[in-house]
Design a protein around this ligand. Structure first.
Ligand SMILES: CCCCCC/C=C/C(=O)SCCNC(=O)CCNC(=O)[C@H](O)C(C)(C)COP(=O)(O)OP(=O)(O)OC[C@H]1O[C@@H](n2cnc3c(N)ncnc32)[C@H](O)[C@@H]1OP(=O)(O)O
Length: 358
């Protein structure tokens, strides 16, 4: 059945009412079909390599070649109707479809002298947005002053964290990609500095797979407890990137240079057991008992004399702190340059157009 102009307009209105973001892949398809249906084949000049968003849009539209306007209109209507059921708002009685809890992308709680910071973006595998980096710093600042003895980082849902949200690279400011790379480098340096300087024991409860920066900063934690479902993956080279979170220093020190190279240069993904054997993980627990066992143990640790805990930690940490700050600065500068590379731009584009996954 051919879609009429009325069907097309109704589909356009329907899309505007969607409450749930359909994801980049779908948005690019809709954009391309819309442009083809209303303007015909793409004859705009190709945007520059660093203009990630417009390049992805241009690629999607150009890929439709000389598809007739009527067919594009029909495909648009079909796509919208097939997706509409999935985009209907959840009924108020039910939890949101993606399982997000009230409290936003980051949930901070304090109980029994433990402050817990939870990544809470399960629908996006807990990828860290620019706002979340800032909120984590605020949470650490507050936790450093509250009455908690331990600070825990964990994730809600099936992932611990899928690392940096790759769409953080796509909103290019007026100063262009150079300004974006500079501000990202400043934010990253400040973020990692918070972990280097944090005055209380830091504990990660790695409830599922961990990727990128959520893995590298584990080298700055005191305890890392992992589910046997967890994996540890730092795919920097495939992304055109280089290591951060002081891992270029902490990982070789912890696991030896060649094991660190396999992870940080060649992107080998470790199981929880392998990560434990390399010293990155303190202990692995069956997924079914992780929460019970870990929280029981952590509550017992909070009963230890707090000043003794602090002093022991400080004498273990103080010697290496200056070195870690220097490493952090060096890694951020390397990344600033990497973010301006064609290798990195292509990797982000591949992810956005869903041709690539880890
Ligand atoms: C201020 C800047 C500081 C930068 C610091 C430098 C940091 C570097 C890093 O952390 S590098 C690592 C970056 N992470 C990745 O490359 C992971 C990318 N994600 C994937 O490969 C996959 O999503 C997966 C393997 C994590 C999970 O695959 P799968 O189980 O098949 O799920 P989906 O792919 O369908 O994912 C569901 C949903 O989540 C979105 N998503 C997942 N990870 C990210 C991410 N890192 N950034 C943005 N979005 C992410 C994914 O797009 C899906 O969204 P959709 O449903 O399509 O809207």
């Amino acid at each position: 059945m051919r879609a009429s102009q009325k069907d097309f307009e109704s589909a356009l209105r329907q899309v505007k009412l969607w409450k749930k973001d359909p994801g980049n892949e779908v948005k690019l398809k809709l954009y391309a079909l819309y442009k083809q249906a209303t303007e015909g084949p793409c004859n705009l000049p190709k945007p520059g390599m660093m203009d990630l968003v417009n390049k992805a849009k241009w690629d999607a539209w150009s890929a439709l070649g000389s598809l007739p306007k009527e067919t594009a209109r029909e495909n648009y209507v079909d796509l919208v109707s097939s997706l509409s059921a999935a985009s209907e708002p959840p009924s108020p009685a039910k939890p949101a479809a993606d399982g997000e809890q009230a409290g936003g992308d980051l949930v901070v709680t304090s109980e029994n002298h433990i402050t817990t910071i939870t990544f809470n973006r399960p629908a996006k595998k807990n990828a860290i947005t620019t706002q979340m980096y800032r909120d984590i710093m605020l949470a650490l600042q507050a936790a450093s002053k509250d009455d908690s003895v331990l600070t825990v980082l964990t994730g809600n849902g099936d992932y611990y964290c899928s690392g940096n949200d790759l769409t953080n690279f796509t909103d290019i400011p007026p100063g262009g990609p150079e300004e974006k790379a500079r501000t990202n480098a400043v934010l990253l340096r400040e973020f990692v500095d918070y972990f280097i300087d944090f005055p209380k024991p830091l504990v990660a409860v790695v409830n599922g797979p961990a990727v990128g920066i959520s893995v590298t900063i584990l080298g700055l934690f005191d305890l890392v407890y992992a589910s046997d479902r967890a994996t540890f993956h730092t795919p920097f080279s495939p992304l055109g990137l280089s290591p951060e979170g002081c891992s270029s220093y902490t990982f070789p020190k912890m696991m030896g240079p060649s094991k660190a190279a396999e992870m940080l240069i060649f992107g080998r993904k470790l199981t929880a057991q392998e990560a434990c054997a390399q010293g990155l993980v303190t202990e692995v627990f069956p997924d079914s008992t992780l929460q019970k066992e870990v929280w029981t143990r952590l509550r017992a640790y909070t009963k230890l004399p707090p000043n003794a805990v602090r002093t022991s930690r400080e004498v273990m940490r103080s010697k290496g702190r200056e070195r870690l700050h220097a490493v952090n600065a060096e890694e951020c500068e390397a990344l600033r340059q990497r973010w301006l590379s064609e290798e990195c731009a292509s990797a982000v584009l591949r992810f956005m157009s869903r041709k690539a996954k880890l």
